[in-house]
Design a protein around this ligand. Structure first.
Ligand SMILES: *Cc1c(COP(=O)(O)O)cnc(C)c1O
Length: 373
């Protein structure tokens, strides 16, 4: 590619372009019907999402964070409860626990950057009520070990699947293992809407009914208020757009895996880097690569070199785990997570990248390590 190549980390303005005409048609159609709130497009998306994930119910909500709050409330987590979650996650996971009145208990991640089941087990106390596995970077957590913990300690499991729609572990979808799970459809997520949106899924009909009430002012099907609820509905227009995009999601997932495969082929020989597991590393997993998070012992020089080659990278969560934001007062001693936060960053990973751009990124990474393209 030309020397003046610039590859932004994400392209918000062009991510919808391949379907521009279809999306305008959807907007026109929804406007013509005046179908804005809790209408058929939402119900259709909810049915299709539940079928895609293999769960009993899906409920559209305003965003992924609200989805976590609603899921925690619906399964029965509340004041005084402790909830175990990894420190290497977005602040939203911990904020959801905080806003249901429970206490977030932060634990270490493992070498794949996902919650370490051994650390989770060690954090269990008589007050522990739930565990939140966060399926970070499009990879499903070690669910066999986590399900065993939940069963043997009589805990609840709410999955944070905000980064993992379509990810699978032993044939089951991320988000289908626990009592409930939340997804985010923020524009930069694997399945992105044109703004904020999210969903809660569950196979428990009572939990589904509760989420359905709580997202709509606590109103039942007859409009009678039966609980303190929120207004956290998924806009019907966003649902119509998501329903359209969900049909094509498998193509996007395959493209992300193809980019990850190219990164792996070009970078695996560089000993000082720690790469995410290759998409072909295990037949029991289908990782969807929301992010490509790697570790380097020379992160700042390496990132500066990539930037000089026109490749923009970022540090997830601004380079800090949840306990590293002093304003939240969540003290924890997590040396492994802190070491990972000091070494890791994200290469561009999204479906707007062309093969030439991926090759350019690989060449830039290799040149920093003294290797030819
Ligand atoms: C994006 C994200 C969320 C929050 O989703 P929003 O839709 O932005 O509220 C929660 N957890 C994780 C891990 C995320 O990446």
């Amino acid at each position: 590619m030309a020397d003046n190549t610039t590859i932004p980390f994400f392209r918000y303005a062009t991510s919808y372009l391949p379907y521009e005409e279809e999306l305008f048609e959807i907007v026109r159609d929804v406007m013509a019907r005046g179908a804005f709130v809790l209408q058929e497009d939402l119900r259709s998306f909810e049915r299709n999402l539940a079928a895609f994930l293999g769960v009993g119910s899906a409920l559209g909500v305003a965003n992924g964070t609200d989805g976590l709050v609603l899921a925690l409330r619906a399964v029965g987590v509340g004041p005084g409860d402790e909830v175990i979650l990894p420190a290497h996650t977005y602040v939203a996971t911990a904020a959801a626990v905080h806003f249901v009145g429970a206490n977030p208990v932060l634990v270490e991640c493992g070498t794949d950057h996902l919650i370490d089941p051994v650390a989770a087990e060690a954090a269990i106390t008589p007050r522990t009520r739930a565990i939140i596995p966060v399926h970070l970077n499009g990879r499903t957590c070690e669910m066999d070990a986590l399900l065993k913990l939940v069963e043997s300690n009589d805990l609840l499991m709410v999955e944070d699947a905000a980064q993992a729609i379509g990810s699978r572990y032993r044939g089951r979808a991320a988000g289908s293992f626990g009592h409930a799970a939340a997804y985010s459809f923020y524009p930069a997520k694997v399945l992105g809407s044109l703004g904020d949106s999210g969903a809660v899924v569950t196979s428990d009909t009572l939990i589904a009914e509760k989420v359905s009430l709580l997202r709509d002012h606590g109103r039942d099907n007859d409009g009678v208020v039966v609980a303190w609820g929120m207004n956290s509905r998924l806009d019907n227009l966003q649902a119509a757009i998501l329903d359209f995009k969900l049909e094509r999601l498998h193509l996007d997932l395959e493209r992300r895996r193809q980019i990850a495969r190219k990164y792996d082929a070009a970078l695996a020989e560089i000993d000082e880097l720690v790469l995410p597991p290759s998409p072909d590393a295990s037949t029991e997993r289908y990782d969807v690569f929301q992010n490509y998070e790697l570790e380097s012992p020379r992160r700042s020089e390496f990132r500066a070199h990539l930037q000089a080659q026109g490749v923009t990278t970022i540090e997830q969560w601004g380079g800090r785990a949840v306990h590293q934001f002093p304003g939240l007062n969540l003290r924890a001693d997590l040396p492994f997570t802190e070491a990972i936060m000091n070494r890791s960053f994200l290469l561009p990973m999204n479906v707007t990248l062309t093969d030439d751009e991926v090759d350019h990124i690989c060449a830039a990474v290799r040149s920093f390590h003294g290797l030819p393209s």
